[in-house]
Design a protein around this ligand. Structure first.
Ligand code: GDP
Length: 201
């Protein structure tokens, strides 16, 4: 897919106020500093479409971008556990779970994972939560350029092994770098392919 246009539509913290149009939507989510803004800018070939963070605790907003005038890319805030009593099961911030559960236009979530780190409980638990709620997602490993090929391979293998403790098969995944555009064509092609098969109207 060629990116002919990418424009900011709106930011808000309320799922009900997200755009009403029936365009297919793809949401990007991950822990803060995972490289989400850089990835979005790399995919869209724009330097400052998504704002690179560096500011933990900034307002948590759902950001919609209109791409090629026919689908929405959604930049979600970094997830964290909701503050609930220690005894109860860990849950995620309400507006993120509400977005995933209630947003009919959402076709697929992309869960971003820093390829340098070993599997983190919060990421694994978020994917489990998506699975329990039958919400489709794919994994995007970020910052692949920061590792030597052998180390990258080893980390990916370890991640797959960890996933297979819970999942029957490894979800669809992509390996990306925002500095050298690795994985860009694959992610865009994947979205394009899905867009060609769906009709939300
Ligand atoms: P966000 O908080 O998830 O939006 O993360 P950012 O996109 O702001 O990136 C966090 C930091 O990681 C920044 O210093 C980026 O320059 C750096 N970074 C992000 N993606 C990559 C990448 O693919 N390669 C390298 N080398 N650095 C990256």
């Amino acid at each position: 897919m060629q990116i002919k246009s990418a424009e900011f539509v709106m930011s808000n913290s309320d799922v009900d106020k997200c755009p009403k149009s029936r365009l297919a939507e793809y949401a990007f989510i991950g822990r803060s500093n995972v490289g989400k803004s850089s990835l979005i800018n790399m995919l869209m070939q724009r330097k400052k479409l998504a704002k690179t963070s560096g500011r933990p605790g900034k307002t948590q907003l759902i950001n919609h971008f209109l791409v090629n005038k026919n689908w929405h890319l959604v930049d979600l805030p970094g997830y964290g556990y909701a503050k609930v009593s220690k005894k109860s099961k860990k849950t995620f911030q309400k507006f993120i779970t509400e977005y995933f559960k209630n947003r009919e236009q959402l076709i697929m979530g992309f869960v971003l994972i820093d390829s340098r780190h070993e599997p983190q409980p919060i990421d694994l638990e978020f994917m489990e939560w998506l699975g329990e709620n039958q919400l489709p997602f794919a994994i995007i490993f970020t910052k692949a350029d920061k590792l030597k090929p052998k180390a990258l391979e080893r980390n990916l293998k370890e991640y797959q092994e960890k996933m297979l403790e819970t999942w029957i098969e490894m979800p669809q995944y992509f390996v990306t770098s925002s500095t050298n555009t690795m994985g860009r064509d694959e992610v865009l092609q994947y979205i394009d392919q899905i867009n060609g098969t769906i009709d939300l109207s």
